[in-house]
Write a protein that binds this ligand. Structure first.
Ligand code: NAP
Length: 266
């Protein structure tokens, strides 16, 4: 019998959870537990790490998981690597559900960099006003550029003082709008943006606003992962699941698309 584990934390994962629940497929949804109030899911939900690839393999065996969909954020590379390894250890079917990366268009002033530390290095030496749209985990990588004024956008208020001498946090959860981000960039007189190439619609607003204002964006490339099966729509994931799990395809799959605004896209 099919028992699916969805690794979540993205809009894509929530879309998939809805479709899977409506199709009556037995499944568990997993959150890392990074945000205080994660989006409620229409599936049984567990929260917290598994304890590395071995821990996840033990969970898969213990819960009788037959299929795993990695719908984590494209920058959650550790979890994705663990999932590939755990599925190989347990001979479990695995695929990823992922949004495509953003591609520069006319008027974009993007500086692609390989990782967070390269992003910090790419900031100018002269004091600048930087929108650090990278979430909360890697802020400390910017400590060696203390001359800048930083604006952060976080889902939850910071638990302690920020590690940067001149930093402000706005607390907001996406999806964001172009008009809203345009106003934000103007209000804070932002001169540079640092962002991850997350993809998705809701987090793209800042890039569109940057294009309008001619603000340069230091855009961090996605981490490299081992080769794996990747789908871009709920319909494709369901089809894979039904083929692999030998279950009837639920009707009405066309209504689900990955083209929805991103809620946790930064
Ligand atoms: P990560 O560095 O790849 O993962 C670190 C550890 O967190 C993993 O080894 C695992 O712990 C645990 N973990 C991650 N995702 C999990 C999940 N869905 N269920 C259970 N445990 C999970 O991940 P991250 O970048 O910290 O991201 C954490 C979560 O936030 C992910 O679910 C991701 O989808 C979401 N998110 C991340 C970003 C981002 O930019 N990185 C942005 C938006 C949302 P164990 O080793 O103990 O199993």
């Amino acid at each position: 019998m099919t028992r699916l584990l969805i690794l979540g934390g993205t809009t894509e994962a929530s879309l998939l959870a809805r479709a899977v629940a409506e199709a009556g497929i037995k499944a568990v949804f997993s959150y890392a537990g990074r945000t205080e109030q994660p989006t409620a899911q229409p599936l049984p939900t567990r929260i917290g790490g598994f304890g590395g690839a071995e821990g996840l393999a033990a969970y898969i065996r213990g819960e009788g998981v037959t299929h795993l969909v990695d719908a984590t954020h494209p920058f959650a590379a550790q979890m994705s690597r663990n999932a590939i390894k755990a599925c190989s250890l347990t001979d479990t079917s695995i695929c990823a559900f992922e949004r495509p990366p953003w591609v520069a268009g006319e008027g974009d002033v993007w500086h692609p960099v390989a990782d967070m530390s390269a992003a910090a290095d790419a900031l100018p030496e002269a004091p600048a006003r930087v929108f650090l749209a990278i979430g909360k985990l890697h802020i400390a990588e910017f400590v060696h550029k203390p001359q800048h004024s930083y604006l952060l956008r976080l889902v939850d208020p910071p638990e302690g003082p920020l590690p940067l001498p001149d930093a402000k946090a706005v607390i907001a959860r996406g999806p964001f709008t172009e008009a809203g981000d345009l106003a934000l960039l103007q209000r804070h007189r932002i001169t540079h943006i640092v962002a991850k190439n997350a993809g998705g619609a809701g987090a793209e607003a800042k890039l569109k606003a940057a294009r309008t204002l001619g603000i340069p964006v230091i855009l961090i490339d996605r981490p490299q992962l081992p080769a794996r099966t990747v789908f871009g729509t709920v319909a494709d994931v369901l089809e894979w699941l039904c083929k692999k799990g030998n279950i009837a395809h639920p009707a009405g799959e066309d209504q689900y698309t990955a083209d929805h605004p991103t809620r946790l896209g930064e």
